[in-house]
Unconditional design. Structure first.
Length: 170
């Protein structure tokens, strides 16, 4: 604010200046953290839908199936889907570890064909409900890879689920 002489010329300026850089930076970091958390929660919520659909589909088939072999496959599918959901819930609990950099990926030898078959099993009921043909052709020479089997199953299930959403019915 200017302090003026009688003739209107400015004699001096009067005011304050406060540096809010630290507060502004902290606010931006908090907003980024909230956005990151929300994105992670959205992905996990999406990832929970696939195993839930598999469980619901298998349970519906169990209700009408009298064939013991089919019932056994449906129970196994429910168990795998529940294990997948348990993994996702564990991931939710692990979110606290993201900030500290302690988020763990379990690297282990994984037979890719087995994980592909599990993903297909998880998505069978969704494919049947959408009247989409789901089939696999797995080559013989697929090497064992090092990966996180649970996360790989989650990824493949999501890919299949998304592919079925946009595939025409047979």
């Amino acid at each position: 604010m200017p302090v003026r002489e009688a003739d209107g010329t400015i004699r001096q300026w009067f005011g304050t200046n406060t540096d809010i850089t630290d507060e502004w930076t902290a606010r931006l970091e908090a907003e980024r953290a909230i956005k990151s958390r929300d994105e992670i929660l959205a992905v996990l919520a999406h990832d929970l839908r696939n195993p839930m659909q598999a469980i619901l589909g298998a349970a519906a088939m169990l209700a009408v199936t009298t064939d013991a072999d089919k019932r056994g496959r449906q129970v196994a599918m429910i168990q795998r889907a529940t294990q997948g959901m348990e993994r996702l819930v564990t991931d939710l609990l692990d979110m606290a570890r993201l900030d500290s950099g302690a988020f763990v990926i379990n690297r282990e030898p994984v037979e890719l064909p087995a994980v592909i078959r599990q993903a297909v099993d998880l998505c069978e009921s969704q494919a049947a409900a959408r009247n989409v043909l789901l089939r696999t052709e797995i080559g013989d020479a697929i090497p064992v890879i090092t990966a996180d089997a649970g996360r790989l199953l989650q990824l493949l299930s999501n890919l299949l689920g998304n592919a079925m959403k946009f595939s025409p019915a047979e």
